[in-house]
Design a protein around this ligand. Structure first.
Ligand code: PLP
Length: 399
């Protein structure tokens, strides 16, 4: 192997560095999980929602970290994500697909003991056929329509499904009956949520009449876990709160009304996002920085070049409208966020050098950049900003 011949390949196997990195705090996660478990008491099972690459945090790392917190049920939105979890979870954890499962993947799901939502009666005959061929039970959750009008079957199909499952019990494990609330995080939506709970009880009545109950009844997402104990039932599906974010200001205010503004923050952000100063420039007064005329130097300036752009998940809407941390100080973004670079003003931060750590999200010395620093300036919401962080950014677990 001569070097000249294989230099491109070498670059690949040498594990060259990515332009940024994400750190995930195990101790912050532990606090969140403990706080949420306390809310739940001993009965409901805690399913960690790890769809969207664990809300951008990274499935392989988060599954490992969540298992270290004692959790062993994971909810995802597709068979692809279920496979991601399957590859990195311990054999004893359960995986549940709440979203799309293509016909061609039904066999794979049954074979691997993956639980899946059935929101359309037509899914059942195919599942039966595959379960028979594998001689293995399909683990199904019947999702019912209660008013979100997303997925979920209406009453006639629900009744038909129960009849079908009862008749073929040797090939089905009736894991759950579930629904999803249409906006549990917003106060103004409570009348609708109350209606949904009522309708859910109607479906439950049908199950009781037929003496055919699943292992788990479930409907609660993060907001419902935090603010509506009557929705907890037997299993809860906790996404955003697991990662340390309040689902909405409404839910946060309800918490402080009940508990007061304690010294201990019960929910803690897990994620930090970091990079390094790539280059430093002196810009004469009157010159423009970067593309176009978005930023003109109003004095002689010193700027740092940051090797991250919108292709790396740093929103373009942050152009001229955000800060990063360098040396524990806030450095404002100057000009447009480009595809893979942007510039920040370090004129007032003495001593910055090439290679200095740059915090895009998270803490440095006494300063913090929150996700809300992003979402207040763009039309993004927390979940959207986080879930768009490319899976290719390396993620490391820290204490
Ligand atoms: C995403 C999702 C959840 C989790 O919602 P959070 O508000 O993040 O807790 C729960 N259930 C279903 C069906 C979902 O799609």
């Amino acid at each position: 192997m001569t070097e000249a011949k294989h230099s491109r390949f070498d670059a690949f196997v040498r594990n060259v560095r990515h332009s940024s990195r994400i750190e995930l705090s195990q101790s912050a996660l532990k606090k969140n999980v403990n706080f949420l478990k306390k809310k739940l008491g001993s009965h409901p099972r805690y399913s960690a929602v790890v769809k969207a690459n664990a809300y951008g945090h990274g499935i392989p790392q988060m599954v490992k970290m969540l298992e270290a917190c004692g959790l062993n049920h994971f909810s995802v939105a597709s068979a692809y994500e279920a496979e991601e979890v399957l590859k990195c979870s311990s054999g004893s954890s359960d995986i549940m697909i709440m979203g799309i499962l293509y016909d061609q993947d039904v066999e794979w799901a049954i074979q691997n003991g993956i639980e899946f939502y059935v929101f359309n009666y037509n899914r059942l005959p195919l599942a039966l056929e595959k379960a028979k061929a594998l001689n293995k039970k399909a683990r199904v959750h019947l999702e019912v329509e209660t008013g979100t009008n997303r997925t979920g079957m209406t009453e006639p199909f629900f009744k038909k499904s129960i009849t079908f499952l009862k008749r073929h019990q040797e090939y089905f494990q009736f894991q759950g009956m579930c629904t999803h609330l249409g906006g549990a995080e917003s106060r103004s939506n409570q009348f609708r949520v109350a209606q949904q709970i009522g309708r859910f009880k109607g479906y439950l009545g049908e199950l009781k009449t037929r003496k055919f109950l699943p292992q788990y009844l479930h409907m609660a997402c993060s907001a419902a876990v935090l603010a509506m104990p009557e929705t907890h039932y037997d299993l809860v599906r906790v996404g955003v709160a697991t990662y340390g974010f309040w689902p909405s200001p409404d839910i946060y205010y309800q918490h402080i009304q009940e508990k007061g503004r304690g010294k201990d923050a019960p929910m803690n952000r897990i994620i930090s996002w970091k990079t390094d100063v790539m280059d430093i420039k002196n810009v004469p007064k009157g010159d423009f920085i970067g593309y176009g005329t978005a930023y003109q130097a109003s004095r002689n300036m010193r700027v740092a070049v940051i090797p991250v752009g919108y292709c790396n998940g740093y929103p373009r809407g942050q152009s001229n409208n955000a800060y990063v941390l360098i040396g524990g100080r806030r450095a404002p973004v100057t000009g447009m966020v480009n595809m893979n670079l942007f510039m920040v003003d370090i004129t007032d931060i003495p001593g910055v050098e090439l290679g200095d750590e740059v915090v895009l999200l998270g803490k440095q010395k006494n300063n913090t950049i929150n996700v809300s620093s992003f979402t207040n300036y763009t039309q993004l919401i927390n979940n959207e900003m986080l879930s768009r962080l490319p899976a290719a950014i390396p993620r490391y677990i820290v204490k």
